[in-house]
Design a protein around this ligand. Structure first.
Ligand code: ADP
Ligand code: MG
Length: 373
């Protein structure tokens, strides 16, 4: 497929295709000076549709972030609308979606949670975010406790859990449609926990190859696969962090966390150059009476602003932990619960991803708009 790049926004595209046959896929970036509001954009789209051939698909890039506009564009048959600045991955996804085989279910998101140091709340956040995502989206959510010798996700959910993670890693081939129902522990509606054995008579090593196979299979079964990662430093862990769709780094406001977070972020930024940056959560603010690093200093030192800050709330976290429940269940109105909802909402794809037409039988934009003219 030949690729060419032309200036001029929607008007430029309209001028161009008035004189020649439009290709199978046109990507137009709205002009910063002309296509500045929803009405102009929609008018521009209609004008462009007039001159494009049936069979042409359009992906629009623009600066207006507005759900009504998005819906109107989809109604007009525009394949996707990307609010700029968009990451290169988002653009690649938009093109992939358009030519995706719809008979396959879209794969679930893998979200890796890692703490900058012990006790910073990474496991707690992974479990609570999982709970929220299952509740909010109704999609199946799998939480994998990958801290084999010391993992505590089963305790967080107050489950006498069969040690699902070991079964999973021993035999990734067993993952089928009913795997989550059969092997995982039910931690809530749509929420499945694959708990760690927490036994010290076994080796703690996780096979990177087995884990990769598990994740590929699990993401076909669940909308979200959340990984509670231990802070061991080995190749399987680096690979898992590199391959995850999203990474959440949780840190506490102290010097050890600053150093570890900076090292982690350096590695992630290099290895995940095309992906969204990790989500940094600064937790347990106010726990130390003295010597705490301020949010600002932390952000400067690690060169990334926290997406979320959570204060030390020992009563709220303590109550949930002692009851083996999630904070949304024990203290819905607390700031901590709000923060967790906010964190989870970052991973809910809105507006919902439209299922793209399969290649070949593309009821394209122009066709849908003008009844196949
Ligand atoms: N913001 C907070 N305020 C008070 N206690 C917290 C907070 N975040 C986490 N905790 C508590 O800290 C302890 C360690 O949390 P955990 O999630 O196991 O950390 P990690 O997995 O990073 O080692 C738990 O008892 C948890 O309830
Ligand atoms: Mg942990």
């Amino acid at each position: 497929m030949a690729l060419s790049r032309l200036p001029g926004g929607l008007a430029g595209a309209q001028g161009r295709y008035a004189g020649e046959t439009s290709p199978a896929l046109v990507l137009v970036e709205a002009a910063a000076d002309a296509d500045t509001d929803a009405t102009t954009l929609l008018a521009g789209i209609d004008a462009l549709a007039e001159v494009c051939s049936a069979g042409t698909n359009l992906i629009l890039l623009g600066g207006v972030n507005d759900v009504t506009l998005y819906r109107n564009l989809l109604r007009r048959g525009v394949a996707d609308y990307l609010v700029m600045p968009a990451t290169p991955m988002r653009l690649i996804e938009a093109v992939q979606d358009l030519y995706r085989d719809d008979s396959k279910r879209p794969a679930g998101q893998v979200i890796a949670f890692i703490g900058a140091r012990g006790g910073c709340g990474s496991t707690t956040l992974a479990c609570n975010v999982g709970h929220r995502l299952a509740h909010q989206t109704g999609a199946d959510v799998a939480v994998l406790d990958l801290d084999l010798p010391f993992g505590g996700a089963d305790l967080a959910f107050n489950l006498e859990a069969p040690h699902g993670i070991q079964t999973l890693l021993n035999d990734p081939e067993r993952i089928d449609e009913s795997f989550l129902q059969r092997i995982a522990s039910k931690a809530g509606e749509h929420l499945h926990l694959l708990a760690a054995p927490a036994a010290l008579d076994q080796d703690a090593a996780v096979s990177g190859v087995a884990l990769e196979a598990c994740l590929a299979a699990l993401r076909q079964q669940a909308g979200y696969v959340l990984l509670d990662l231990p802070r061991v430093w080995s190749e399987w862990l680096r690979q898992t962090l590199t391959a995850a769709d999203q990474v959440v780094v949780t840190a506490t406001p102290d010097l050890v966390s600053v150093r570890n977070t900076r090292n982690l972020l350096d590695l992630l930024v290099t290895r995940r150059a095309l992906d969204q940056p990790p989500t940094l959560v600064l937790n347990r603010i106010g726990a130390a009476r003295r010597g705490e690093v301020t949010v600002r200093d932390f952000a400067t030192a690690v060169r990334l602003a926290p997406a979320l800050t959570i204060s030390e709330e020992s009563q709220v976290f303590g109550l949930a932990a002692s009851l083996g429940k999630m904070i949304d269940e024990t203290n819905r109105g607390s700031k901590a619960a709000q923060a967790i909802r906010q964190l989870a909402d970052r991973f809910v794809i809105t507006p919902p991803r439209r299922s793209g037409p399969a290649a070949g039988a593309v009821p394209a934009w122009v066709g849908r708009l003008f009844g196949g003219r």
